[in-house]
Design a binder for this molecule. Structure first.
Ligand code: HEM
Ligand code: HEM
Length: 231
């Protein structure tokens, strides 16, 4: 089993990296389609449901993925975050830092609220989420306003995410290459760093998971097309 490349160590397994870039593309796609509007709105729900499918995948991956993808490796309490802020040099640079972990959880939660409320949202004219028909018009109005309002929090978090990455880069710590290749140069890691086991078995599990979740998402999008558009 080969988990390291020459002079570097595998930190992010392939499914986590694919998740990240597809998730970013789906969220950006959902935002762009709604902002451009018109017939582009037809693509809003497919992008939004794709984000939801990927998010569900990531939650399951947080318990079953490789070492650094697991929630247990990066979801820490306030004391650990505070300790990291005061002594960042004392924390291993492998995986998400306690502060980074906090931002990951926040991003996942905010997208969950965005995509979850979208399922029930409606513009009262043309576009309704697939589950809109199952709630009263008052509930739909509430969830639609949360869907619109939460956009501001989402923008804020994405802005902070990109700002944090830029600040690390300015301070000489490049985080993006590892999210692309999966590997961090050995010289940037403590000698006792354990590599992530990015194995074939794990990739097959990820593929099976995404096929099942993708099929459920596909059903949801097509259910939206069949669902009555209100009155
Ligand atoms: C990350 C995912 C998503 C983002 C960022 C997002 C963003 C938005 C935003 C900003 C609006 C408001 C547009 C306006 O100002 O009028 C909107 C509207 C809407 N979205 Fe989403 N959305 C997402 C996911 C979803 C999902 C999963 C669904 C349903 C399957 C959905 C269904 C709708 C509907 C029906 C509207 C129309 C509501 C209205 O215009 O009053 N969205 N979305
Ligand atoms: C809508 C846009 C984006 C969203 C919603 C988003 C979300 C996320 C999430 C959820 C993670 C955690 C990954 C995981 O553990 O599964 C993450 C990590 C990361 N993202 Fe993004 N991302 C976005 C855009 C970007 C962009 C454009 C870049 C590159 C410039 C980027 C670079 C990174 C890097 C480097 C990490 C790893 C940070 C670390 O080492 O702790 N992201 N992002």
């Amino acid at each position: 089993m080969k988990t390291t490349r020459q002079a570097s160590t595998r930190i992010w397994d392939l499914p986590t990296r694919l998740f990240h870039w597809l998730f970013a593309a789906a969220v950006i796609g959902a935002i762009v389609t709604v902002k451009v509007g018109g017939s582009w709105m037809d693509w809003h729900m497919p992008f939004g449901v794709t984000a939801l499918v990927l998010l569900t995948f990531r939650v399951i991956w947080g318990f079953t993925g490789s070492r650094y993808a697991r929630f247990s490796s990066f979801v820490k309490g306030p004391r650990a975050v505070w300790h990291y802020l005061r002594h960042p040099e004392k924390h291993s640079p492998a995986g998400h830092s306690p502060l980074g972990g906090l931002s990951v959880v926040a991003l996942l939660l905010v997208v969950a609220v965005q995509a979850g409320t979208g399922l029930f949202a409606t513009d009262d004219i043309l576009t309704s989420g697939p589950l809109n028909q199952f709630v009263s018009s008052d509930t739909a109005a509430l969830l639609t306003s949360i869907h619109k309002w939460n956009e501001n929090i989402l923008f804020g978090l994405i802005g902070l995410h990109l700002l944090a990455i830029a600040i690390y880069a300015l301070r000489g710590k490049q985080l993006v290459p590892a999210m692309i290749t999966g590997d961090v140069p050995l010289e940037n890691l403590p000698s006792n760093t354990v590599p992530a086991h990015d194995t074939v078995g794990l990739k097959i599990w990820a593929l099976a998971l995404i096929v099942v979740l993708g099929w459920m998402g596909w059903k949801l999008v097509n259910f939206a097309k069949l669902a009555p558009m209100g009155f």
